[in-house]
Design a protein around this ligand. Structure first.
Ligand SMILES: O=C(O)[C@@H](CO)OP(=O)(O)O
Length: 254
C-alpha cells in the first residue's frame, strides 16, 4: 500500500478577501499560517510522516509545506517545487471579487468558469497583469507552456506529466508522499485519481488546510474512492464554505 497526502495551502490574504487568485503570488494570511501549523499537528497525531514533499512554486503553497512539515516533526525533508502544481490560471478574473464576478456575468457563467471541466475565463492580454511570461520564476519554462487562462482540463493536462514523472516514483518507492497545492490543481488530481466523470467534477470542492489521505494499491488506484480527510467533520464544513464563495460577502479579517 502507498500513502499519499493531498493538502491545499492555508488561507491566503486573497482567500480572506474572496478574490480570484490563480497564479497571483499572494502569501498566507495569519490565519492561514496557523492553519498550516495545525495541519502538521494533525499529520503527527495520525503518525503520518511525509518522506517526500511536492509543492507548487507559489508562496502560499511553499510556506504551507514548510510549516506543515515542521509541525509534523520531520526536519530535513526537501520540498520539490514545480510550476505544474500551480493553481489554475484564472485569466482576467485574477484579482476580482467572486461575488462581483457572479453579479456581472450571472450565476451560470460564474459556475462554469469556476467549476466546470472545460470552460476557461477570458485570457489576460500579453504584458497585462497576470501574464507571467517575463516572470523570472518561470524563466526555464518554454513560453508556449505558460498559460494566460486555463480550464480544469488544461490544468489536468499540464499537471499529469509532473504527477507521472516526479510524484509516482516516490509513491512506487514506498515513500509517504505529501503534495501541497491548490483548489483546482488538487481538484484535477482528485478527479484523475478517483476517475471522476465530468458530471461529478462541479461538486468537488477542496477546503484549505485539510490533509486528505489516500491509501493507494499497487496500481495506484485509491483503496477508498475520495480518500479520507484527517478531520472529516471540519473538512466537510470547510468544503461547503468553499462551494458558497461568490454567494456570500468576504470574510472579515481574522
Ligand atoms: O481563486 C482561486 O485561485 C481559487 C482558489 O481560491 O478559487 P476557486 O476555489 O474559486 O476556484
Amino acid at each position: 500500500m502507498r500513502t499519499l497526502i493531498l493538502l491545499r495551502h492555508g488561507e491566503s490574504t486573497w482567500n480572506a478577501r474572496n478574490l480570484f487568485t490563480g497564479w497571483a503570488d499572494v502569501g498566507l494570511s495569519p490565519r492561514g499560517a496557523r492553519q498550516a501549523e495545525e495541519c502538521g499537528e494533525l499529520l503527527r497525531a495520525a503518525r503520518l510522516v511525509p518522506e517526500a514533499v511536492h509543492s507548487s512554486v507559489l508562496t502560499r503553497a511553499l510556506d504551507t509545506a514548510t510549516l506543515a512539515v515542521r509541525g509534523a516533526g520531520c526536519r530535513g525533508v526537501p520540498v520539490h517545487a514545480h510550476w505544474r502544481l500551480n493553481e489554475r490560471h484564472y485569466g482576467v478574473l485574477q484579482g476580482r471579487e467572486k461575488s462581483e464576478v457572479r453579479e456581472e456575468f450571472g450565476e451560470e457563467r460564474f459556475l462554469l468558469w469556476r467549476r466546470s471541466h472545460d470552460a476557461a475565463p477570458p485570457p489576460v492580454a500579453e504584458g497585462a497583469p497576470g501574464d507571467v511570461s517575463d516572470d523570472p520564476r518561470y524563466a526555464g519554462v518554454p513560453r508556449d507552456l505558460l498559460p494566460r487562462t486555463e480550464s480544469l482540463a488544461d490544468v489536468t493536462a499540464r499537471l499529469l506529466p509532473y504527477w507521472n514523472d516526479a510524484v509516482v516514483p516516490d509513491l512506487r518507492a514506498g515513500r509517504t508522499t505529501l503534495v501541497v497545492a491548490h483548489s483546482n490543481s488538487l481538484r484535477a488530481l482528485v478527479a484523475h485519481l478517483d476517475r471522476l466523470g465530468r458530471e461529478e467534477v462541479p461538486a468537488l470542492n477542496i477546503p484549505t488546510a485539510m490533509p486528505l489521505r489516500y491509501d493507494l494499491g499497487e496500481d495506484l488506484v485509491p483503496l477508498v474512492r475520495g480518500g479520507g480527510y484527517l478531520d472529516p467533520r471540519a473538512a466537510s464544513a470547510a468544503a461547503a464554505e468553499v462551494a458558497a464563495e461568490g454567494f456570500r460577502s468576504s470574510r472579515t479579517s481574522r
